[in-house]
Ligand binder design. Structure first.
Ligand code: SAM
Ligand code: SF4
Length: 323
């Protein structure tokens, strides 16, 4: 369906848990509080919401978290959502720590893509940034996913003075192994501050200095705002998701469902519709609540280099929203 600004909204990110096996410093730092399971949507409720959303034109679903695979039965949920009439694509975003063991099942279910978050190729840095992660596990998951023929992408968040020197290694990884690598600008949400991040304008400049033949790639790679570049002859591409320096709100196509049942029309604001209460009513009432929330999606976020300067700025952790 279209929102009041005429944008087609056909993509919903569904966070199925606020829990995670990692503690990425900018997302879910050590010591943060968790929500009790009784406040979290059940899988049946998530499927019901996805069905209602599909009747309103949602065609693509991204399963996210927290870490989706730490919630038991995640693959069963993916299977159920894949079967919903009107849903054309189900993908998942994961840190890749325990993904490897689910690859065969995901392949059999027909998952449409896996995005794996990876900010560094250095084991020490990986442990530092994630608090407790093991780089090898995620690298194995990436390899197995790609080998299984699943569309696999890497999401990389560069931070000033920490891992920005690795942009070339990630680009090489894309060019050599046929896996798209997307550089995501740090957004001022939860524990993060936009000034920690690296501008994609700078990333593109540095990459073009190194590879002058880099050229825009107009083909569609995914669900949204990444702008892609390719190197003639190389297999994978470089995507730039420039939420701060390339504001793409006028073509935004998405809404977000938090694990607690809030339908969030824009990442930048803490506002949304609590669908928990509508789950007590009829399917028509639920669908109407979703329709209204989508229709009233804000025109734009208010992120800037200096932060998120709105009364309703989003202060929850990114792990509670789903990224
Ligand atoms: N645990 C899964 C993962 O890491 O992919 C899924 C949830 S995580 C919140 C989804 C994505 O959000 C990750 O790629 C992460 O790097 C990104 N993210 C977290 N905090 C962010 C921030 N402040 N700005 C931009 N991206 C962020
Ligand atoms: Fe967990 Fe993903 Fe957040 Fe890292 S980015 S803490 S893996 S939810």
């Amino acid at each position: 369906m279209k929102d009041r600004y005429g944008r087609t909204i056909d993509y919903m990110r569904v966070s199925i848990t606020d829990r995670c096996d990692l503690r990425c410093r900018y997302c879910m730092p050590e010591g943060c509080e968790k929500v009790s399971m009784s406040q979290i949507l059940t899988y049946e409720e998530i499927v019901r919401i996805c069905k209602a959303a599909s009747e309103l034109g949602i065609r693509r679903i991204k399963i996210t978290g927290g870490e989706p695979f730490v919630r038991l039965g995640c693959t069963d949920l993916i299977r159920s959502i894949k079967k919903i009439d009107g849903i054309e694509e189900v993908t998942v975003t994961t840190n890749g720590q325990i993904l490897e063991r689910y690859i065969d099942e995901l392949k059999e279910i027909g998952i449409d893509g896996i995005n794996i978050s990876l900010d560094t190729l250095d084991p020490e840095r990986y442990r530092f940034i994630t608090g407790r992660g093991e780089l090898d596990k995620t690298l194995r998951s990436i390899e197995r996913s790609a080998r299984a023929g699943i569309k696999t992408k890497i999401n990389c968040l560069l931070q000033k003075g920490f891992n920005e020197d690795e942009m070339f290694d990630f680009a090489e990884l894309a060019f050599r192994h046929g896996i798209d690598v997307r550089f995501i600008e740090m957004m001022p949400v939860g524990a993060a501050d936009a000034s920690m991040g690296v501008s994609n304008t700078y990333v593109l400049q540095r990459l073009t200095e190194r590879w002058p033949g880099l050229e825009p790639d107009e083909s569609v790679h995914g669900n949204g705002p990444a702008v892609y570049y390719k190197r003639p002859g190389a297999e994978g591409g470089i995507g730039l998701i420039s939420s701060i320096h390339g504001k793409f709100c006028s073509s935004c196509n998405r809404v977000r469902l938090t694990s607690q049942g809030q339908l969030k029309p824009c990442l930048g604001y803490d506002t949304g519709t609590d669908l928990m209460q509508f789950l007590k009513g009829s399917d028509d009432e639920l669908r109407e609540a979703i329709r209204k929330a989508i229709y009233e999606k804000p025109e734009a976020h208010s992120f800037s280099d200096r932060g998120n300067n709105d009364d309703h700025a989003e202060h929850r952790l990114m792990s509670q929203i789903g990224g």
